[in-house]
Design a protein around this ligand. Sequence first.
Ligand code: BJW
Ligand code: ZN
Length: 255
Amino acid sequence: MNERAIDDCLALLRQAEHVVVFTGAGVSAESGIPTFRDALTGLWALHDPMDLATPAAFERDPALVWGWYEWRRQQLQSKEPNPAHHAIAHLAGRVPRLTLVTQNVDNLHERAGSSQVIHLHGDLQSPRCSVCATPHVLGPDTDLPSTAQGSRIDPPACVRCNSPVRPGVVWFGESLPEQALQDAFESAGLCDLLLSVGTSGVVQPAALIPEVALQQGANVIHINPEPGQGQYSGVTRIQGKAGQVLPELFGRAFG
Ligand code: BJW
Ligand code: ZN
C-alpha cells in the first residue's frame, strides 16, 4: 500500500465527524460472492444483465429470473461476512457518526453487526408481489430448493392477488427506493469523509454519491484493487482488497 496515501487517510479518519461508507460488490468478493463486472468472474461476464435484471426479462421468463435469484440467495446462506464487513461494523463505534450506504443486495453488513444499513438496490431476502408489492414471506432455509445455477423455478404466487412474486432488488430502468435514495444523498451532502469501497462506480444514480460528497467539500477515499483514473483534489486512492485494507487502516487509525 502507498504509505503517503495511508498517512493521509489516517489523519482524515481521526478528524472525521461524519463518515459515509459507500460499498459495492467488491466488499463481499472476499466472502466468495461474485461481483458484477470483474472481467472473468463477474456475474455480467457470464450473463447478459438484460436477460436477468430488468422488468422486461421477468415478464418474458419469470422462471429463469426467479431461479437465478434463488440460486444467488441460496449461495448467500453459506457465505460469511469477511474482515471488511467486520471492520466497517467496528468503525461505527470509533467515529462520532457513521452512515453505511450499500449497493449490495446481500445481508453481510448486517450479519457483521452493522445497523441501519441503507440498501440502494434492494435486498435478496425481501421478495414482493410484482403487481401489488405485498411482501412475500420466505420459508425457512431448509425449504430452499437445491438450486443449480441456471435452474428454472416458477416464482411463488402472491397470497393477496395471486400474481408472481419477484425478487426485492432494483433492476435496470427501475427507480431506487425513495427513502434510501434521499437518506444516502443527504448523508453524502453532510459528511466530511466518504469511503467508497469495492465499486466500479458505473451504475447511476448511486455513482453520484461520492461526487456529491466531494462537491460539498468532503474528502473521498476510494479503496479498490484496480487502479483508479486521474488525480483530483480531495480524492485519495488506496489500491488493495477491502478485506486487507480496511482492517489495517482502521486498526492503525484507532488501534
Ligand atoms: C474489489 C474487490 C475486493 C473486486 N476489494 N474491491 C446510460 C448512461 C447513464 C445511465 C444509464 C444509461 N442507461 C441506463 C442508465 C441508468 C442505469 C445505469 O446506470 N446504467 C449504466 C450501467 C449504464 N441505472 C438504472 O437503471 C437505475 N435506475 C434508474 O436510473 O432509474 C431511473 C431511470 C428510469 C428509466 C430509464 C432510465 C433511468 C437502476 C440501477 C439498478 C442496478 N441494479 C444492479 C442489479 C441489482 C440486482 C442484482 O443483484 O441482480 O445492482 S446492477 C449491479 O450494478 C448491482 C450493483 O449494485 C450495481 C453496482 O455494481 P458494483 O457494486 O459497483 O459492482 P461491480 O461489479 O461493477 O464492481 C465491483 C468493484 O469491486 C470493481 O471495481 C472491482 O475492481 C472491485 N473489487 N474485488 C475491493 N476484494
Ligand atoms: Zn399481489
